[in-house]
Design a protein around this ligand. Structure first.
Ligand code: BES
Ligand code: MN
Ligand code: ZN
Length: 513
């Protein structure tokens, strides 16, 4: 009998980095002697210098192959030439660059597209020649980054490891000025590690990733110089966090509040704060969700995953910023001790909440996390991320994260970071406290209720949060549609997306560094 190593279900084993990360290296611009080689072509007639050289070496057969094919050098077009005449390489691939100059995200998408094409070839190594773009070193770094983002897989629970052996193991980027490209890529690589942490956390099953084990993963960030404090239920009770604790009350798992601090900026700088909804599983509680699709609720901690990934990225690349990350980690279960529809809880702020639906739990967790954040850290601004409402999917599908904010400048900064990073947000309406949408959550017997009504479900959820920000500049990102993807795109394989990490890293870079 063959005894295979089966991943243990003990939480000791969680998240030991099993993600197959391909090795990416940078080399001088030259034609490799073996393995598949990829070249970029901008339009059919204008060949980049290295393709012209290649054509010469092949005695004109490369040009001829391009001419007789359908390949026009358009974006997302690919032409492969097998065993080209006069060349030692088994395979040459041409990828279309289109006619416009490529933005950073377009270069990343190109890298992802190339990765997917060479991955199909079942070769261990491949080379991409980058002699295009206004700055080829910059282009090379972003192509490599896109390829890396696309190469992510989560296979730790597959006991047949052979499945992975056909993957590209080594990717070589050939470019003039390889040292500059490499150092540019190193920064982006740190960001990718943050994205991968988020994807890992989101994909982990809920029997493995629950509040205590999530907190244990956060503790590992200490290695990067992040200050980490974990508050258990006793500490939270002392602080009066009745809303957060009420959600976790029906679970055998202890709720946790994870607090991370990355101090890369000046001591005089107020921190920028990020708060994540970390419901490691959302059954709905006593207001139980229907069975179909309930397993999806393992990724109801996507906001917390993004905040953890962001802090990892900021620390990894030693960002010159003071950042705080706060994660409200709870499991929402039905139980004899679970909270009931009709219960009234008192939040840390002192405000009372009538729970009318135990499935509207994310806002309860965030209410105490937000209040704690502004009291404890006096941040210059707060941004929370949460898979908060199904209604945001009704409004925006999976194209945009929903943005709600009490501050126009902050909103515009986030919209622009969304465009720059490819993780887009769309601003949604929010009333002032006392305004129309805000009144929709007034309760008959307490200060507020935890559901609005039939209409504007994402906005009433945001209105609820706003009552706990205490006037601090704040933005709420409802990422219920963005944390998980059913379809693979250029830089994001299906599954956990890591949405939010790139967006907020960009936001920090643009406005704080
Ligand atoms: N975690 C869900 C929201 C969600 C739905 C995330 C679909 C991802 C995909 C949240 O806790 C929830 O259950 N929201 C309710 C609120 C309602 C009871 C007011 C919803 O959206 O139905
Ligand atoms: Mn819920
Ligand atoms: Zn939820």
């Amino acid at each position: 009998m063959i005894v295979r190593a089966v991943p243990s279900l003990q939480h000791k084993h969680i998240l030991i980095d099993w993600t197959t990360t391909m090795n990416i290296t940078f080399s001088k611009l030259s034609l490799p002697k073996s393995g598949p080689v990829v070249f970029g072509i901008r339009g059919k007639s204008r060949l980049c210098p290295s393709v012209t050289a290649l054509d010469k070496a092949s005695g004109g057969s490369v040009r001829r192959a391009i001419d007789v094919s359908h390949f026009k050098g358009e974006k997302n077009q690919m032409l492969d030439i097998i065993a080209p005449h006069g060349l030692k390489n088994d395979m040459i691939l041409f990828v279309g660059l289109g006619n416009q100059s490529l933005s950073e995200t377009e270069l990343q998408d190109l890298g992802g597209f190339i990765y997917a094409s060479i991955d199909k070839l079942k070769q261990q190594r491949a080379t991409i020649v980058v002699d295009f773009g206004s700055d080829p070193t910059q282009a090379a770094a972003h192509v490599a980054y896109g390829a890396k983002l696309r190469s992510y897989t989560f296979s730790k629970y597959k006991t047949n490891r052979k499945k992975d052996s056909s993957k590209v193991k080594k990717l070589i980027i050939a470019v003039n000025g390889e040292a500059k490209a490499r150092s540019e890529f190193n920064k982006l690589g740190k960001l990718a590690e943050g994205v991968f942490l988020c994807r890992d956390l989101v994909t982990e099953p809920p029997n493995i990733l629950y509040p205590a084990t999530f907190a244990a993963e956060v503790r590992k960030l200490k290695r990067l110089g992040v200050k980490v404090d974990i508050l258990g239920e006793a500490a939270m009770r002392r602080l009066g966090m009745g809303a957060l604790l009420g959600v976790g009350q029906g679970s055998r798992k202890q709720s946790q509040l994870a607090v991370m601090q990355w101090n890369g900026g000046l001591a005089s700088q107020k921190p920028v704060a990020f708060i994540g909804k970390g419901v490691t599983f959302d059954t709905g509680g006593i207001s139980l969700k229907p069975g179909a699709g309930m397993a999806d609720m393992k990724w109801d901690m996507g906001g917390a995953g993004a905040v953890a990934g962001l802090i990892k990225a900021l620390a990894g690349r030693k960002a010159k910023v003071n950042a705080v990350g706060i994660l409200g980690l709870v499991e929402n279960m039905p139980d004899g001790d679970a909270q009931r529809p009709g219960d009234v809880v008192t939040t840390m702020s002192g405000q009372t909440v009538e729970i009318l639906n135990t499935d509207a739990e994310g806002r309860l967790v965030l209410a105490d996390a937000l209040w704690y954040c502004q009291k404890k850290f006096k941040p210059c601004l707060m941004i929370d991320l949460a898979t908060l409402t199904g209604a945001i999917l009704v409004a925006l599908a999976k194209e945009y994260g929903g943005l709600f904010s009490n501050n126009d400048e902050l909103s515009n900064q986030l919209i622009s970071a969304g465009k720059g990073s490819g993780e887009k947000v769309w601003r949604m309406p929010l009333s002032e406290i006392g305004g129309h949408y805000d009144k929709m959550i007034d309760s008959k017997i307490a200060d507020m209720k935890n559901i609005g009504g039939r209409y504007a479900g994402s906005t009433t959820a945001a209105q609820f949060l706003q009552r706990f920000v205490n006037g601090v500049p704040w933005a709420h990102l409802d990422i219920a549609g963005m944390a998980w993807a059913e379809k693979t795109t250029a830089t994001v394989p299906e599954g956990g997306t890591g949405y939010g990490v790139r967006l907020l890293d960009r936001f920090v870079q643009d406005n704080f560094e």
